[in-house]
Write a protein that binds this ligand. Structure first.
Ligand code: ATP
Ligand code: MG
Length: 548
């Protein structure tokens, strides 16, 4: 029998995101609660200002371009406090949002614009040239670029955010009709860890569900009031809004629950620490590369981070060793959550009170979902045994855009989504994720999860960062694990050190998990903007090395 969430089912109303957030009868906090704060400019948005700006922007879209239900608006910007009202304004007008990574080249952005069928794009001045080029490739008129920020450039043809959002007096436009279960709210792109990013179709109901699932079974210890200054929890928001993790938990969850966000355009360790100290930040959603820096970087020691009540880690495997190292060093507790773009995203989360007793687990299944681990033959396996995780619930996506084959492979006829991740659950309903099916190293008849080896190697005193991949060994006719190690400053990285680390690991793991592919010392480990190790890049490098 598939596992049902241990939490009681919650009612998911059949409403769109706008209705959930802005027509909510039981909103616990007042209109003037500050939700988004920009520490660089001191600009902020209260709840009422978010709503008014969104409404204005939505009307502007209709007035300027006759925006229609189903029209796609692309976002190409680092985190900015104007992004949430822009998104919800577009929703009000019936639009679908497709946020893109601001690190994209024009060609990468053009791919997404074309794939998503974007009608217009929002960006900022430093990204304008790339945006223009991409729009040209994708056949989007330059007149359909909206520029955020305060500067107006009168010479350009693109529209300015402020010029499109001053329609507040206009009452001739109405909110678009939306079918929450069928109409898309977002076309997000997966991280592209295993290949090309996939366009993931998320309905309004998908997002509404995940906001409510989290509000009931996620970080409900966070409050809009209380804490030291009576202003509630303060959350540091550096995860990219263009990725589903930041999009749902930062943009949507904060407004639903009344948390205040201090918004960073992107992650930077020094500023991360300074903001925590200066704003008495109480919580942050994070990813393993950030946790790694907290555990290892000397910078951290220069700041007082004691206001942090808890950190959440998601998006990639986090090991027991790292959680314990941060706790020992900084006394900051870390819990885990798990999710995917396809599940809007959060499906599992550790309860705060469990962070230490179920360390290494991604926690409990959130409400209204069922899940099972299945064998390679698609048969459910019992608790304790390893399998691929399948999930069913109202937060499961509608399919991949323009990719019926991918959709058919990912969704079963009875509504389960095959996550592609392997793990197991214990008898108490705690779920564990070991690795991705695709990334398991196959050494002879054995499977070796690279994330497990990385977790142990990180604990070596001379290792600053590490990634493990499988490389093919002709002589043994099998894949063998190899580590790419970033040595700590001052460590002499050579054959001697390689031998020492290989032996050190060999004493800690079963025979088949030893680093038979050796170690390569590198300057950095390639990671995606959403915090994942890009093992495919290292594999390409290894193949190239072999040919040379
Ligand atoms: P693509 O599907 O394009 O290859 P991706 O799967 O990395 O990219 P996302 O949807 O951003 O794109 O990430 C989902 C993946 O992140 C999951 O399949 C899982 O492998 C990983 N993940 C998320 N949370 C955790 C966690 N707590 N522990 C381990 N892995 C996690
Ligand atoms: Mg994926």
């Amino acid at each position: 029998m598939p596992t049902k969430s241990l939490f009681p089912d919650i009612e998911i109303p059949n409403v769109d995101i706008w209705t959930l957030l802005f027509e909510r009868k039981d909103r616990p906090y007042p209109d003037d609660k500050v939700i988004y704060l920009d520490p660089d400019t001191n600009r902020s948005y209260t709840y009422a200002q978010v709503r008014a700006t969104a409404l204005d922007f939505g009307k502007g879209l209709k007035a300027n371009w006759g925006w229609k239900r189903g029209d796609v608006l692309a976002l190409f910007t680092p985190n900015c406090i104007d992004t949430p009202p822009i998104m919800w304004g577009a929703h009000w007008a019936g639009g679908i949002l497709s946020p893109a990574n601001p690190g994209y080249t024009a060609a990468e952005l053009a791919f997404q614009l074309k794939d998503a069928g974007a009608k217009a794009l929002v960006t900022q001045k430093p990204f304008l040239e790339t945006a223009r080029e991409a729009c040209k490739i994708a056949g989007i008129d330059e007149d359909r670029i909206i520029l955020m920020g305060d500067e107006k450039d009168e010479t350009a043809r693109f529209k300015h955010f402020s010029s499109i959002k001053n329609f507040s007096g206009t009452s001739r436009f109405r909110k678009a009709k939306i079918d929450p279960k069928k109409d898309l709210a977002f076309l997000v792109y997966s991280s592209g860890t295993t290949g090309h990013p996939k366009g993931v179709m998320l309905s309004h109901t998908n997002i509404v569900s995940n906001v409510l699932q989290s509000a009931n079974a996620g970080d409900y210890q966070l409050t809009w009031t209380g804490q030291k200054d009576g202003q509630g929890d303060k959350i540091l928001a550096f995860l990219p809004f263009f990725h589903i993790y930041g999009l749902t938990v930062l943009c949507h969850q904060s407004l639903y629950s009344g948390w205040q966000l201090v918004v960073m355009p992107k992650f930077d360790l020094e500023r991360f620490c300074a903001h925590i100290q200066n704003y008495a930040i109480t919580f942050a959603y994070a990813v393993p590369p950030v946790i790694l820096q907290l555990g290892k970087s000397p910078i951290v020691a220069n700041y007082d981070l004691s206001s942090l009540r808890m950190l959440n880690s998601g998006a990639a495997p986090l090991t027991r060793e790292l959680v314990e190292a941060v706790w020992k060093r900084l006394k900051i507790p870390i819990k885990q959550g798990y999710g995917l773009s396809e599940t809007s995203p959060t499906t599992h989360t550790q309860r705060w009170e469990d962070w230490q007793s179920t360390i290494g687990s991604v926690g409990l299944l959130m409400p209204n979902q069922t899940a099972k681990y299945v064998s390679a033959e698609d048969q459910e396996v019992p608790a304790g045994q390893t399998g691929e995780l399948w999930i069913k619930g109202p937060n499961v996506f509608l399919g991949y855009l323009n990719n019926p084959e991918g959709t058919a492979n990912a969704l079963t006829s009875d509504g389960y989504f095959k996550t592609g991740d392997v793990g197991h659950q214990d008898a108490k309903g705690n779920f564990y994720i070991t690795d991705r099916v695709k990334e398991l190293i196959k050494y002879k008849g054995f499977q070796v999860p690279p994330a497990e080896l990385e977790g142990i190697l990180i604990g070596h005193d001379d290792v600053d960062d590490v990634a493990v991949i499988g490389v093919y060994d002709e002589s043994q006719a099998t894949e063998v694990p190899r580590a790419y190690v970033v040595p700590k400053k001052g460590v002499e990285a050579g054959k001697e050190k390689e031998r020492e680390i290989v032996e050190w690991l060999g004493k800690k793991v079963a025979g088949h998990k030893r680093l038979r592919g050796g170690i390569r010392f590198v300057d950095m480990v390639p990671k995606s903007a959403s915090g994942k190790i890009l093992r495919r890049l290292l594999k390409e490098q290894a193949l190239k090395e072999e040919k040379d």
